[in-house]
Design a protein around this ligand. Structure first.
Ligand SMILES: Cc1cc2nc3c(=O)[nH]c(=O)nc-3n(C[C@H](O)[C@H](O)[C@H](O)COP(=O)(O)O)c2cc1C
Length: 200
């Protein structure tokens, strides 16, 4: 499903090579409407995350969530820095993504637990934007408080938070955030891809 927000990115972003519109249309708006999303929709996003690839198929990702107006909401909301609280207050769901640091088959440390969980987050984000739902990643929250408040054991790494919700109106954002409410651009390919060996 294409929405105003995904169409806007598809229009304003120019690629040098053709790519899937779902990838181009995903971005991170902060304007959210405060509307609920159904459990069906929410669990389709977790389902998408579930199918990400991972080293040894270890699936180190775990997702903890709180819905707006639920008894868990305040606990999650209070983890965020003030800046993120300012716009994410209109999210339908807040998610904390964590990853298991050791492999399950031998309990040895996994090098890629965070990397694999990043792939799962991206699956979630693409599934969301393909349905016209916003999924906005955040590192602006208290990682230590999160561990304590959400009972996260030492063997798990706290990775990120995600604000999930329905697209809102730019005008509903505080003025200073309105000017940044545009799809971002990217570095040129020549700065990130190297044939043969690394070059600065
Ligand atoms: C791991 C991660 C952490 C982020 N932290 C924040 C954050 O704390 N607050 C915020 O407003 N945006 C945050 N963002 C959004 C990024 O700024 C955004 O993804 C980036 O600028 C690229 O823009 P786009 O997602 O719109 O394409 C975060 C994104 C990721 C993936």
């Amino acid at each position: 499903m294409e929405t105003t927000y995904t169409k806007k990115a598809q229009k304003q972003r120019k690629t040098n090579y053709p790519i899937n519109n779902v990838i181009l249309g995903r971005w991170s708006p902060r304007a959210l409407s405060g509307e609920k999303i159904s459990d069906e929709e929410l669990f389709s996003l977790f389902e998408a995350a579930r199918w990400a690839p991972s080293s040894y198929n270890n699936q180190p990702w775990r997702f903890l969530y709180a819905k707006q107006n639920s008894k868990h909401w305040d606990k999650f909301f209070n983890l965020m820095v003030e800046f993120n609280q300012g716009w994410a207050k209109n999210a339908a769901v807040l998610v904390v993504a964590i990853s298991k640091k050791n492999f399950e088959h031998n309990e040895k440390p996994s090098r890629t637990h965070s990397f694999d969980t990043g792939a799962a987050w991206q699956n979630l984000a693409l599934e969301a934007s393909s349905r016209g739902i916003v999924a906005h990643g955040m590192e602006g929250f208290d990682y230590e408080k999160t561990r304590v408040s959400l009972n996260i054991p030492e063997g798990y790494n706290v990775e990120m938070m995600i604000a999930i919700g329905k697209e809102g109106k730019k005008d509903d954002l505080p003025e200073d955030l309105q000017k940044n409410e545009v799809p971002s651009q990217r570095k040129p390919l020549k700065d990130i891809v190297f044939e043969g060996h690394f070059r600065l």
